[in-house]
Design a protein around this ligand. Structure first.
Ligand SMILES: [Zn+2]
Ligand SMILES: [Zn+2]
Length: 307
């Protein structure tokens, strides 16, 4: 009979594909929390006294992230502020915002909702109706980073934590590699830093947790989550790579880990060779960090100002 490898409980909820380890609900929750907190310590993702801005979409990954980081807040190691971006995606975002608010309230953390409309002047729906030439995820990602960076300064946050999981990170590595975006690759990692003033360190504490385990975690913890997928994500290149990696993982359960491990090994070399050194490191228009003269957000905004 299958029993929990930690406590012998016969009610197991997971057999971990990578290790074959079987766990009951309680031991799974404990195992995941300890793993993430250990990764945070090992990689020095936070220091005592940090104020961490949690990018809280209301989806399973960010909800889990907030729940686990709250352990450090309760121990008074860090302070937290939860920030939800309302991109203005009609019929989709409203529910996510609502669920994000519920989660912040549940643990008594300050929650801010900031919108594309307020920070950029347009909702994502408006931007997409206007531009057929780029996929939504590119715009959305650039603007979200831009907004989070500003809000972090407004809130006095010293870290921005996002809920990227193992699957997300393996997808990003493979995507950028296949598209030949080697410079983008140099920016992927568990912690991104820059010596430029105004840049807030970004951390990904869930980077080693597979997506299926983040889903199981929020279920096991009975946390409210927004399950709907973004209506713009459907046919993206990322979706194709996700399906491809999932399929390979069936027969090769550790393939996403090895993708990550291999990448982390070659990253220092890539960085040495390919990371672009710009003259100032800040955008001439908005003063946010930039690899070129203008940051990506400002060059996108200019593109459609000209139309
Ligand atoms: Zn157990
Ligand atoms: Zn700019």
């Amino acid at each position: 009979m299958d029993v929990c490898h930690k406590c012998g409980n016969p009610q197991i909820i997971i057999k971990r594909k990578q290790s074959g380890q079987m766990l009951c609900q309680e031991c799974f929750i404990k195992f995941i929390q300890e793993k993430v907190l250990r990764d945070i310590r090992k990689q020095k993702l936070v220091e005592k006294g940090d104020k961490v801005l949690v990018a809280l979409s209301g989806g399973k990954d960010s909800v889990m992230l907030l729940d686990i980081l709250n352990n450090l807040r309760k121990r008074r190691i860090i302070d937290l502020v939860a920030v939800t971006i309302d991109e203005g995606i009609c019929g989709y975002r409203e529910e996510g915002v609502e669920i994000a608010a519920q989660n912040a309230e549940l643990i008594g953390v300050k929650h801010r909702i900031v919108s594309f409309k307020d920070y950029i002047g347009h909702t994502l729906d408006e931007i997409m109706a206007d531009t057929g030439d780029r996929i939504a995820c590119t715009y959305c990602g650039v603007f979200r980073r831009w907004i989070f960076n500003q809000v972090a300064r407004e809130e006095g946050a010293t870290r921005i934590a996002t809920g990227h999981n193992l699957d997300d990170e393996a997808q990003s590595i493979i995507m950028n590699y296949m598209e030949g975006n080697i410079q983008n690759l140099t920016r992927i990692g568990v912690k991104s830093e820059s010596s430029y003033e105004g840049f807030t360190v970004k951390i990904k504490p869930l980077r080693e947790i597979p997506e299926r385990e983040t889903a199981l975690y929020v279920m096991a913890r009975d946390l409210p989550v927004h399950l709907a997928g973004c209506p713009y994500a459907g046919d993206s290149f990322r979706a194709k790579i996700r399906d491809f990696l999932k399929e390979i993982s069936q027969d090769h359960p550790t393939i996403m880990y090895s993708t990550l491990r291999g990448f982390d090994k070659i990253k220092p070399v890539l960085k040495e060779e390919f990371s672009r050194k710009s003259s100032t490191g800040v955008c001439a228009e908005c003063g946010e960090p930039a690899a070129d003269k203008l940051c990506k957000a400002c060059s996108f905004r200019n593109q459609w100002k000209r139309k």
